[in-house]
Ligand binder design. Structure first.
Ligand SMILES: *Cc1c(COP(=O)(O)O)cnc(C)c1O
Length: 357
């Protein structure tokens, strides 16, 4: 039985071509700054995002951490969504390692903090308060593409009030591909999104399919500060060109194909729609959230697993499409969900029970 692994787009295996690119990479010691493959990647992603410089990072978490700490010092504050990755899922690193206080704000269903909440959260220059220094946004957020108009108004507000701006763009390539039009290519969209921010972090290890790595992009000065912090965080890697080669390969070959992942997410959403007991949320990019009625989420998850389909979640399930899942895999996932509800239809008597599976 082959497994259809929809837990995350981080589970992809490097393709044979990517492995070949890795083996062919020219290497140096990146702590001395002389790994040509790392340098090529950094120049490439800086150019793609329209920033002066970029720094290769071990992970998105490390990249956001170094970014926030390059913007903020001890006793400073950053404004961030209550459910944003940097606030919620990165171990509180900015507070732990940088004494940077997060100011989390409520987000709407699309991940947006309201402009009035942001404005009200910016503290005056008064010794009672932490110094508000940075606004941090995320795109995509839970698979939603942040509208350009929102990115513009939120970052303009921040700038007017003297704040810097950082984008957690772990899946910004998905946002760029999903919002490409006949007038703007995906790479032009990437540039347009990045233009709103002083800095952004991008992941190569998610939809782009590289095994490891992210990059922080920003001004030469910001990246110099981030390099020092990355070294302190143990992120000074030596022959990192092995990994950078995979990321370069991904930039060459795996950007446009994100559209396939988005099509597969839509195929999954379509297939699941209309099943009694499920509510399918939108599938704008490569993530599909499904609410499962009557507390049957864990039972469905276990049934899927027993039948070779992996997802995550509890009340709501999350399915993420990627490079290693094709349309046939999606169809298998849909058929398995249908079978679960056909064999044990939703009924009040099973509410809250984890069921026979
Ligand atoms: C995955 C992710 C990150 C960073 O993840 P790592 O696992 O540390 O690479 C950051 N932000 C968002 C929104 C993510 O989805």
């Amino acid at each position: 039985m082959t497994t259809v692994d929809l837990r995350s787009d981080t589970v992809t295996q490097p393709t044979p071509d990517m492995r070949a690119a890795m083996m062919a990479a020219t290497l140096g010691d990146d702590v001395f700054g002389d790994d040509p493959t790392v340098n090529a990647l950094q120049e490439r992603i800086a150019a793609l995002t329209g920033k002066e410089a970029a720094l290769f990072m071990s992970s998105g978490t490390q990249s956001n951490l170094c970014g926030i700490l390059a913007h903020c010092g001890r006793g400073d504050e950053y404004i961030v969504g209550q459910l944003a990755h940097t606030y919620r899922y990165e171990g509180g690193g900015a507070a732990v390692f940088g004494s940077v206080q997060p100011q989390p704000l409520t987000q709407d269903a699309q991940g947006r903090m309201s402009l009035s909440d942001i404005a009200a959260a910016i503290k005056p220059d008064d010794p009672h308060f932490a110094r508000t220094r940075l606004l941090c946004l995320e795109n995509t957020w839970n698979g939603h593409v942040m509208p350009d108009a929102y990115l513009r108004s939120a970052t303009e507000l921040a700038r007017e009030r003297g704040l810097n701006t950082h984008l957690d763009g772990a899946r910004v390539f998905n946002a760029a591909v999903a919002s490409a039009t006949t007038d703007q290519t995906a790479l032009q969209r990437l540039r347009a999104i990045a233009d709103h921010f002083e800095s952004l972090s991008v992941c190569f290890s998610k939809g782009l399919g590289a095994p490891v790595g992210s990059a922080l992009c920003g001004s030469t000065e910001l990246i110099a500060r981030a390099r020092r912090i990355r070294k302190m965080a143990g992120g000074g890697l030596r022959q990192a060109g092995l990994l950078a080669a995979c990321a370069l390969h991904a930039l060459d070959h795996h950007v446009e194909r994100l559209a396939d992942d988005h099509a597969n997410a839509r195929r999954l959403a379509e297939g699941l729609r209309g099943i009694d007991g499920l509510t399918v949320k939108s599938a704008e990019t490569n993530i599909v959230f499904v609410d499962v009625a009557s507390g049957r989420g864990p039972a469905l998850l276990a049934f899927l697993k027993a039948n070779g389909v992996l997802a995550t979640g509890l009340i709501g399930l999350r399915f993420v499409t990627h490079l290693d899942v094709d349309a046939a895999g999606i169809d298998h996932a849909v058929a398995t969900v249908r079978r679960f509800f056909a064999e044990a239809p939703a009924h009040p008597s099973v509410a809250g029970r984890s069921g026979p599976y």
